[in-house]
Write a protein that binds this ligand. Structure first.
Ligand code: HMG
Length: 368
């Protein structure tokens, strides 16, 4: 980010501190929302999961088709059964949260089944725009079951929706349009609204939470929301929340905005980087999607949850290869769009699932 800042004639600290981002994930043209999702799910699914999954919800605002869902491609690539329901969900960065809540309802009715929920996106604002340093991309996959290994979702949830234009992407556009400052303010308003409602509804207060997690379009945004949450408590007690926040933003600082996956990458970051968490702790999660939808909900960390963490995220992130600003701009401009035919060179893409090109408007995927 410091190198990008210099190229854009900005003070590096604007990106590093003011925005709160150290690195930005640059997605090669051989990856799209489908392959990112398949690659994420492939790392966590067991044979038992594959046998029991009968609902696949892929949340994305980077979908590759106006009709066919990403979930249809992803389920086939992963070798899942055919007697399943597959569906794509869209409401900006919020949709994976909707997926989790819908999956929770499905599992409540069908406790012997499992659901796969994936948030997968590539955040593109355009070169040399104010949103550029908040770009990024990636996917997070989660299995929802009646016997959760990591986090048990609690029943209460507070949600709020309003038709506003803070961030949008018309059908013809490959880059998002945004009213940046407005979006940042609305995010905070929605947070206060749903966090307040949640406390009224449940009787819980901030002290009942070990940590608060946020959708992180860039990590400074979550910090601003946390500052609002702790403004009326003793500063020494607030320190605990700021410490957990540092653990929860570690991975997001290294990737940029994942859109739908952002909140859940932050959850993973907290789980893998906090030394203070223990089973029984309550985590509060704030999901936000422009347009706009907000939701606050909570979960309880399960016994032995640490045994279920793969702790592979740091090594995965460290395996990435740095590109120069010129190379990043080239990659940015070579993304597959509305072409009829094109073959992509996948030799330098180490991922298991890759996009090899497009033939007669049909995307071609391969498992390496
Ligand atoms: P900007 O206008 O270029 O930046 O773009 P700025 O001038 O506001 O500066 C940013 C911060 O850096 C400020 O801090 C400056 O003071 C500070 P703040 O006032 O915010 O605390 N700063 C410095 N700090 C240290 N040293 C320095 C220095 N210089 C400046 N030298 C903006 C910022 C966020 C508007 C832009 O990047 C943008 O439009 N981003 C995209 C929109 C976005 O992420 N919105 C977030 C809320 S909406 C959301 O979360 C939904 C979303 O994920 C989409 C979806 O739902 O699908 C986006």
């Amino acid at each position: 980010m410091a190198k990008l800042a210099k190229k854009r004639n900005e003070d590096p600290n604007k990106y590093l501190i003011g925005i709160g981002q150290e690195k930005m994930a640059v997605i090669p043209p051989t990856q799209d929302a489908v392959t990112l999702a398949a690659n994420a799910a492939d790392t966590i699914l067991t044979e038992e999961d594959k046998e029991k999954i009968d609902l696949v919800l892929v949340a994305t605002e980077s979908g590759v088709d106006n009709s066919k869902s990403s979930a249809a491609y992803v389920s086939e690539l992963l070798g899942l059964k055919h007697n399943i329901r597959t569906l794509e969900l869209k409401q900006a960065c919020y949709a994976a949260t909707a997926g989790i809540q819908l999956a929770k309802g499905h599992i409540s009715l069908n406790p012997h089944k499992k659901a796969l929920v994936i948030g997968t996106d590539i955040a593109r604002y355009g070169l040399k725009t104010p949103g550029e340093p908040t770009q990024g991309g990636g996917a997070v996959a989660m299995v929802i079951s009646a016997d959760p290994a990591v986090l048990a979702l609690e029943d209460a949830s507070s949600y709020y929706a309003k038709d506003i234009m803070d961030f949008w992407r018309p059908l013809s556009q490959t880059e998002a349009m945004v009213d940046g400052k407005y979006s940042a303010n609305v995010y905070l308003e929605f947070f206060e609204q749903v966090f307040h409602d949640f406390q009224e509804q449940t009787g819980l207060t901030l002290r009942d939470f070990t940590a608060l997690l946020f959708h992180l379009p860039y990590t400074k945004q979550g910090l601003k929301a946390l500052r609002l949450a702790v403004e009326n408590i003793d500063p020494t007690q607030a320190t605990k929340y700021f410490n957990e926040f540092e653990a929860s933003r570690k991975y997001n600082k290294l990737t940029g905005n994942l859109y739908t996956g952002s909140l859940y990458l932050s959850l993973l970051s907290l789980l893998e980087n906090s030394d203070n968490l223990q089973a029984g702790d309550r985590l509060g999660l704030f999901s936000y999607g422009s347009g706009a939808q907000g939701e606050f909900f909570s979960g309880i960390l399960q016994e032995n949850y640490r045994q279920h963490l793969t702790n592979k995220t740091t090594s995965l992130l460290n395996k990435r290869q740095e590109v120069s600003v010129a190379e990043y701009e080239k990659l940015f401009n070579s993304v597959l769009t509305n072409e009829k035919n094109r073959t992509l060179d996948t030799t330098s893409d180490p991922a298991t699932y890759v996009l090899t090109g497009i033939k007669d408007f049909k995307r071609q995927y391969q498992k390496k």
